[in-house]
Design a protein around this ligand. Structure first.
Ligand code: RIB
Length: 304
C-alpha cells in the first residue's frame, strides 16, 4: 500500500469517452440533421474535474472504473498526460462510459451518457482505499457512479474530517442525512430545481428559494447558472458571482467541471468561498472558449 499523505485532491467518479457534435440546433422530430463537426474528447464529470485540478498544479488522484477496451485505454492515457495519478482506476468487464454531447451555436449543450463501467465501482473497493480517503486534502464526488457508493464515501470522509465537494449531477435522489454532511454542494440550475422542488432556472428564483437549498447541507451551497454566472448561498445571504465575459462561446461542455475543479483548488489553497467562486468563474470562462472538456481547461497561467 502506498503511503498517502494529505497533500492531494482525490476525485472519485466517472470517466466517459465524449463524442461532441457541434451543430446549429437540435433536430426536429423525424428530421435527420447534419451537424457541423465532431470531436472525440476525454470526459466524464469525475475525470474532467480531476484534469482541472491537475492542470492547476495540484497532485490529483482519480478513482473510478473504465472497461477493458480502447476507449478505456485512451481515457487513462489522456489523464496521465494531464498529470492525474491513475493508479486507482480499475478495469471492469463492462464497456467504458460514453457521453454524447450536442454543442449548439448559442453555447447550450445537450448531453446523454451511458454509465457503463462507471457503475461497477463498489463500496467494498472504496474500503480497500481507506488510507487514500483518510489522507485526502479534499475529496470531489459526482453522481455518475452508484449513489450508494457516493453516500458511503461521504460518511467515511466525514469520519476522517476530510473536506468533501459533491457535484450532485446528474440530479438524483440521495440520502438527505448524508447530503447534510457535505462541505461544498455544487449544482447547476436544473439540478437545483430538482433538489429544491421548485423552478430555479434563473437567479431570481434561486434567490427567492435559497433556503430550500441551504437546508440541504450544513456546508456551502453554490448554484452555477451558465452564462449568468453563479450564486454562493451563504447563511447570511445570497452572493452573486458575476460571470467573466468572453467574446465567443465555442463549447461549454465541461465548463461546470472546470468551475468545480478550480473551486476545489481555491479551497485547497485556503481561499474563502467567495474567492474560490470568483477564481472558479475565471477558470470556466476560459474553458468555454475551446472545444472539448479536458483539452479546453486552463492552467494557472491562463487564468491569471
Ligand atoms: O459535465 C460534462 C460531462 O458530463 C461530459 O464530459 C460527459 O461525459 C458527462 O459526464
Amino acid at each position: 500500500m502506498r503511503d498517502w499523505e494529505r497533500d492531494y485532491i482525490c476525485v472519485i467518479g466517472s470517466l466517459n469517452y465524449d463524442i461532441i457534435m457541434k451543430q446549429k440546433r437540435m433536430p426536429f422530430l423525424g428530421e435527420t440533421y447534419t451537424a457541423d463537426s465532431i470531436t472525440y474528447s476525454g470526459g466524464g464529470k469525475g475525470a474532467n474535474q480531476a484534469v482541472q485540478c491537475a492542470k492547476l498544479g495540484i497532485d490529483t488522484i482519480m478513482v473510478g472504473k473504465v472497461g477493458r477496451d480502447t476507449f478505456g485505454d485512451t481515457l487513462v492515457e489522456k489523464l496521465k498526460e494531464y498529470g492525474v495519478d491513475c493508479s486507482c482506476i480499475g478495469r471492469s468487464s463492462s464497456p467504458t462510459g460514453v457521453g454524447v454531447v450536442h454543442a449548439l451555436e448559442d453555447g447550450s449543450v445537450y448531453a446523454s451518457i451511458i454509465t457503463g463501467a462507471n457503475f461497477d465501482i463498489t463500496s467494498l473497493e472504496i474500503d480497500g482505499l481507506d488510507e487514500l480517503v483518510r489522507n485526502s486534502g479534499i475529496i470531489i464526488l459526482q453522481l455518475e457512479i452508484p449513489t450508494g457508493v457516493v453516500e458511503h464515501i461521504i460518511r467515511k470522509a466525514k469520519q476522517y474530517h476530510v473536506y468533501t465537494i459533491l457535484n450532485a449531477a446528474p440530479a438524483k435522489e440521495i440520502d438527505r442525512d448524508v447530503l447534510k454532511l457535505v462541505d461544498g454542494l455544487i449544482v447547476n440550475e436544473t439540478e437545483a430545481s430538482f433538489y429544491a422542488g421548485v423552478d430555479m432556472t434563473d437567479g431570481g428564483m434561486v434567490r427567492a428559494h435559497a433556503d430550500r437549498l441551504r437546508q440541504l447541507t450544513d456546508g456551502t451551497v453554490i448554484v452555477t447558472l451558465g452564462s449568468k454566472g453563479s450564486m454562493l448561498l451563504e447563511k447570511e445571504g445570497v452572493v452573486p458571482i458575476e460571470p467573466v465575459k468572453v467574446e465567443h462561446v465555442t463549447d461549454s461542455t465541461g465548463a461546470g467541471d472546470s468551475y468545480i475543479g478550480a473551486f476545489a483548488y481555491g479551497k485547497y489553497k485556503g481561499m474563502t468561498d467567495r474567492q474560490a467562486c470568483c477564481f472558479a468563474a475565471r477558470a470556466a470562462s476560459v474553458t468555454v472558449t475551446k472545444i472539448g472538456a479536458q483539452e479546453a481547461m486552463p492552467c494557472l497561467r491562463e487564468i491569471n
